[in-house]
Structures are given as C-alpha cells and as structure tokens.
Ligand binder design. Sequence first.
Ligand code: APR
Length: 259
Amino acid sequence: MAPNPGPEDKVDTPATDIPESLVTTLRSTQKLTVLTGSGISAESGVPTFRDAQTGLWARYDPMELATPEAFERDPRLVWEWYAWRRKLAGKAAPNRGHEALAELERRVPDFVLLTQNVDGLHHRAGSQNVVELHGNITRSICSVEGVLVEPREDDAIVPPSCPGCGAFLRPDVVWFGEALPAGEIEDAFDAARECDVFFSIGTSGLVQPAASLAFEALRRGAVVVEVNPNDTPLTRHAGYALRGKAGDVLPGLMRAAYD
Ligand code: APR
C-alpha cells in the first residue's frame, strides 16, 4: 500500500480533480473505514452544528438542549427541540454523498461506516455496515431504564412516558457529558486501527472521542483522506485533503476510481 504522500506533494484538490495516486490506492484497498459528520447531511437540508450562522450551535445553546442536566431542568423543551430535529431529518433525503458511500461499500471487500450523525440518512441511502456513534434521533429510550421504547402517539404528556416505569422518554442520542455506547466506540477504534484507508468526511474533528479516530488510523499507517470544504485540525496531517462538498467530491471520486 502506497505510503501517505508527504506535505511537499500534498495537493488541495478541486472536486473534479482526484489525484491518480489516490485512485490507485482506492482500487487496491482491502479494508476501508469512513467517518462522517454533519457536513455530509448539509446538502440534504439537515443543519450542521458549528457552521457560522447556519449551525445549530450558532442558534441554540447546547448546554440548554443537549445535556442530561438540561433534560432534568426542562424535559419538555429538550423533547420538543429533538422532535423538531426528528421532523427535519424525516423530511430530508439522502444526497449524492450518502449514495456514493453506499456504492463504495459495494466495491470494497471490507468496509465500515462510522457516523456521528443521528439522522439515519446513511441507512436510508442503502449503507449496511454502519456504526452510529452518537445514537439515532428516530429512536426513543426510557430515561431511567435505557430501554428502547416506541412513543405512543396518544400520550398526552410531553415528553411521553415509559409504559414500563412511567419515567420520561428521551431521544436515543448521546448528549454532551455522556459516554458513547461501549460496543460502538470499541468497534470504531478497531476499524480505525485495522484499515488501510480512512476517510474523514464532513466533520470539524472537534468532538472526542470520534475526533481521535483519524489520528489512530494515521498512527497505524493508513492512508487518510479528508473531504471538507474547510480546514480542520486533521487537514495538515491527512495524506489527501479533498477540498469541496461531499456531494461533489464523493461522486467524482467514484467516477475516477470505478468508471
Ligand atoms: N460536505 C462536506 N463537509 C461539509 C459540508 C459539505 N457539504 N458542509 C459543511 N461541511 C463541514 C464543515 O466545514 C465542518 O468542518 O462539515 C463540518 C461540520 O462540523 P460540525 O458542525 O462541527 O459537525 P460534526 O463534526 O458532525 O460535530 C460532531 O458534535 O455537536 C456534536 O454530537 C454532535 O455529532 C456531533 C458532533
């Protein structure tokens, strides 16, 4: 497997111009791990978190909406905010970036898609081997027992209550200050350590532990590719920084490698 290109021969790549060496690497890869963030769903109309003005955290205070303490303080406010986001995700459709990854999975012998996104769009695009690191907004759990519960439509109280113990239901997502699901994060670090190519797509790389995955892959000698219209802490370490939107770059990459 070709080593990571050094800083002297790294190129910022317009969407349509995929380096030949990356195409060669992709065609011969046996084990590919992808990490996605909210940027890949931006073109589907799902807001990112930290993009200026449009990002959720530019408009809302995460400490008021995405922590166990916030839910304790005002369960109705938190539930209704997630219900709004669930509706947004429900109305959204997978875009060409999601679809390209579903196709890439069919082309590579061993493929793992790690996502920080809770919108479920990768599954809806046809991706199979998906690890949801931060949960999924379309699911609800009992806030005490932690078991999956389908909210009853006719439940008058907001948030709805658990039929088992009567406690409030909450979205099945990981809030700030909470640990990620143990199995998923273990699978994620295994996939980062064992891959020969690692893609980081549409993530600012600011939230741990997901932000460490690409560096773990680098440490193990994988070729690391970043797809993002903007710089992140990973950009100068990545072997390839494909500058552009996922919905432009990924279809271009698929055409260059497999057409
Ligand atoms: N294609 C690719 N990347 C994009 C696009 C696009 N069309 N649009 C924006 N981006 C990039 C931005 O440049 C930014 O680097 O996507 C990134 C989005 O970063 P964040 O908003 O920080 O989202 P993310 O990295 O997914 O956040 C991680 O933080 O708030 C928590 O739990 C939440 O899972 C989330 C975690």
